[in-house]
Design a binder for this molecule. Structure first.
Ligand SMILES: Cc1cc2nc3c(=O)[nH]c(=O)nc-3n(C[C@H](O)[C@H](O)[C@H](O)COP(=O)(O)O)c2cc1C
Length: 374
């Protein structure tokens, strides 16, 4: 690094912490991590604003010039310092602009947890599960206050269309090749993601209302459809315009292979007819909620929406599923998203139910033969 090189600045998404006796520096956006001497803190602090390397060399002139040059080179290579005018600097500026009030806590959660690794070998998953259970018993999924006074409740109402839909909702992982009807896709999209009402908030603007609740009615979740097997709809990648009830074609062509690739190799979803890729448009919530705790609202909103989707699909007699395992980089590339203002956070899908079963939790009966119901 020469003293005449471009100006440098510390990346926005840096944290330092200790792991045992080692000081760790981390860029939680690029997920690069290094251990370094405490002096590195002084260096990074010096680059809190754009500075020329020559300024750095004069400020730290009690150190040998080659070692200072090496430090700058390494910090830049590892994305702890960004070069003025570079792609990284533009991305860093966008991160700062969009995410500033929510950093570092929510940014760490959002960016550190990208691209979940998924084991698609079901036998291996089962073995890991069994191994873990043999070491530590799984915690109970229910809780009781045994000493507290107990009151029996009247029998719940479980008959009627709505309870029947709720009770029938399950995650399906086996499908037939029967195409999804376009009318069913339209109903799924509209009843889950469509805008059904607008309310005016004086001095603020219009708020959209949908079938699921949304914190502050911000509705940060957008949906994109990978249509693979929908009768009357060309295969392709579409965006659902929630206010117009229209599909906007973004890319022609979609295959079952794309489904598996998008879903981190979960091969059992290959015969699905359509994927719903849910993204979060962060500025919608960041505009109103200036504190990072609001990151939770986005995750919770996504949960609401996805449950609505599963229920609508169940009501239509379809086989829905949801998954957090997807190839975020690939999906965002296909959708043309920067992953900063808008990022994919959840995926769901739907296919036709196989006949003769009321639930197919795993692709082959032998892989779920051990599951018993009551
Ligand atoms: C946040 C979330 C992530 C999930 N991720 C996956 C996944 O990656 N792959 C999968 O096959 N199922 C996934 N599921 C489905 C669960 O495995 C399923 O809901 C659970 O086994 C309970 O079964 P049920 O949905 O039929 O009640 C996910 C569910 C949720 C809520």
């Amino acid at each position: 690094m020469t003293s005449r090189g471009p100006r440098l600045r510390r990346a926005t998404t840096l944290i330092a912490h200790w792991k045992k006796d080692q000081l760790v520096f981390e860029n939680y956006f690029t997920r690069r991590r290094v251990t370094a001497a405490p002096l590195t803190l002084l260096v990074l602090d010096f680059f809190s604003r754009w500075r020329a390397p020559s300024e750095f060399f004069s400020r730290f002139d009690n150190y040998a010039r080659p070692s200072l040059a090496l430090a700058l080179h390494q910090l830049t290579q590892r994305h702890f310092l960004v070069r003025e005018g570079s792609v990284e600097a533009r991305r860093d500026a966008l991160l700062e602009k969009v995410w500033a009030p929510w950093l570092p806590a929510a940014g760490m959660l959002q960016f550190e947890t990208r691209n979940l690794r998924y084991e698609s070998n079901l036998a291996a998953v089962r073995r890991q599960f069994q191994q873990r259970a043999s070491e530590v018993a799984p915690p109970s999924p229910v809780k009781h206050y045994r000493e507290a006074p107990q009151f029996s409740l009247p029998a719940p109402q479980q008959s009627g269309a709505f309870p029947q839909v709720l009770l029938a909702r399950r995650t399906w992982r086996r499908f037939t090749k029967r195409p999804l009807r376009l009318s069913d896709l339209a109903t799924l999209l509209n009843l889950t993601w469509g805008v059904h009402r607008w309310v005016k908030l004086p001095g603020v603007g219009r708020l959209a209302l949908k079938t699921s609740p949304s914190a502050g009615a911000r509705h940060p979740i957008e949906v994109y459809v990978l249509a693979v097997n929908v009768a009357g709809l060309r295969r392709g990648l579409y965006h659902y315009a929630a206010d117009r009830h229209r599909l906007e074609l973004l890319k022609r062509g979609a295959t079952s292979r794309d489904v598996v690739d998008f879903l981190a190799n979960q091969w059992w979803y290959r015969p699905a007819a359509a994927l719903m890729l849910m993204t979060a448009v962060f500025p919608r919530n960041q505009w109103k909620y200036r504190d990072s705790t609001a990151y939770r609202t986005i995750m919770i909103d996504a949960g609401h929406v996805c449950q609505t989707f599963c229920l609508v699909a169940t009501w239509l007699g379809l086989a829905p599923f949801c998954t957090m395992a997807f190839d975020q980089v690939r999906v965002e590339k296909e959708l043309g998203l920067d992953g900063i203002k808008e990022s994919v956070i959840y995926a769901a899908g739907v296919g036709a139910r196989p006949s003769g079963v009321d639930w197919a939790p795993w692709p082959h009966p032998r892989t779920w033969a051990g599951i018993t119901g009551s």
